[in-house]
Design a protein around this ligand. Sequence first.
Ligand code: FEO
Ligand code: CA
Ligand code: CA
Ligand code: CA
Length: 604
Amino acid sequence: GARAQGSAGSFAFEEITAKVTEGHEVAPGYDADILLRWGDPLFPDSPPFDPMNQSAAAQARQFGYNNDFVGFVPHPDAPEDADRGVLVVNHEYTNEELMFPGLGRQDEDAVGFAGMTKDLIDVEMAAHGGTVVEIARSPDGKWSAVIDSPLNRRITAKTPIAISGPAAGHDKLKTSDDPTGREVLGTINNCAGGITPWNTWLMAEENFNGYFWSADDQSQGEGLEDDPAKVAFERYGIPGRWYAWGQHYDRFDVAKEPNEPNRFGWMVEVDPANPNAAPVKRTALGRFKHEGAHSVLNPDGRVVVFMGDDQRFDYVYRFVSDAAWDPSSPDRDILDKGTLSVARFEANGTVHWMPLTFGTGPLTPENDFADQGDVMVQTRRAADFLEATPMDRPEDVEPNPERGTVYVMLTNNTRRKPGEENAANPRPENVFGHIIEITAPDMDFAADTMTWEILVKCGDPKIAEVGATFSTATTEDGWFGMPDNCAVDPDGRLWISTDGNSGVDTGRSDGLWSLETEGDMRATSKHFFRCPAGAELCGPYFTPDGETLFLAIQHPGDGGEDWPEFGRVSTFDDPSTRWPDFQPGMPPRPAVMTVTKRDGGRIA
Ligand code: FEO
Ligand code: CA
Ligand code: CA
Ligand code: CA
């Protein structure tokens, strides 16, 4: 299904066909290989994956579910060796109906799927979090996991995690299990993330509200109409009641532990070189439905982290450290001190970064902010007061350090009504999303004012009412909708992965597209990789040599109908959508893949 490549673009690969298939496909001349699937062993004592007899103990020693962010750092003992490294992977959430055999459908009022027991919830909790695993490249160019590496590690919804920064020890973070407010069990809904300049891993806690429950759906509303605590809960959608964890664990029942939700929604920093160090929730980076956390060293040495809050009408954020990063005397807690700002996009093409600093402007006790820790706990409410620009679901926000630009993925927002548009979010009922390009003045990513423009409005350019703005050089296979994650490759080119194309009948699965940002070909995209049916694509992440691209295939087989052993797997033509194994009795399995060029060299 390959087509001839376009003429003058910077990407040489032959485009693939956009369609829906049970398998995956990558551009001709490239290999896409499975590296790790849900349930694969990570340690010498990991039990083999047995989907019909799952246990929390086994899952805690195996690769987790729904791989989202993928990062790669050099091996700490051999940083110059391009054939060794450490892979870090977020496990965002669990699809109970795809994981466990024999569950019933969800009742309208029920939480989770019928048949979820405490034992199965414990499996779910062990399938969340993250994986650290050493990988090695063999002479044939193929990567594999090093199962006996001392660096390998699982982080789950029960792993002890330290809390640092301005909200550490805050009264709003104290619970009956942790009267200090300085240690929390677990990290959840780890969506995208980032790798810092000092090779640590930032895991973003996104839809944490869904894990909180109460017996009474309205429990936060009764008699609390004027209580700021109620507003704070509502602003984050707590309790979300997506999972039944709160029926078995008091800390997820907000009627019993009302402060536990304040301990989630943060950025978590993990040092892959030190498997014994506790991960740390860095509260100076704010509390919201964190998507990515791509960082850059500013020319003056300060660390700048760009982040999205993935909710309809929520905001784009930036953190700037107080100190400059000094490799000769590294401050491992540099992310604890700095300024979090939120973006206001003006119609004149400027964007202002507005600091969320206690005691300035409206962020005072008069408006129920007690101190800087409180401003961080209530980041969304604080940003509301500053009149930040409500966006169409900010997902990845990634700088291009060579060009002084920042790309903002705005995935969609079908709830923006006509009349609610703003300059940076100009389409009502925005089904397909768009991408904004921000330009920092003189490469200064810490500047308070920058400029912005829309790089592309997504969707099918043939359908006039969609209003897509891909270049005319973009083919029928080349356009995409719902940009979610992105990567800037070692040559400074932009790649976009998508989430949701199969949900709106575009005739195409999610996948990876290249997107030109420079010159006459700007806003030209080309289709490089297609996901198996039902999956969204996460990652993407390039090795420093540009020769390997990691892709995360998340929730393959999602959105289907009932079939015998497992829940609702396939609505596709052939009900055997059990990627990547296609074996009876084996559910579909989220997996991380490596893409390499068959004759070697950079992915291009
Ligand atoms: Fe977990 Fe915003 O995607
Ligand atoms: Ca996602
Ligand atoms: Ca995402
Ligand atoms: Ca998404």
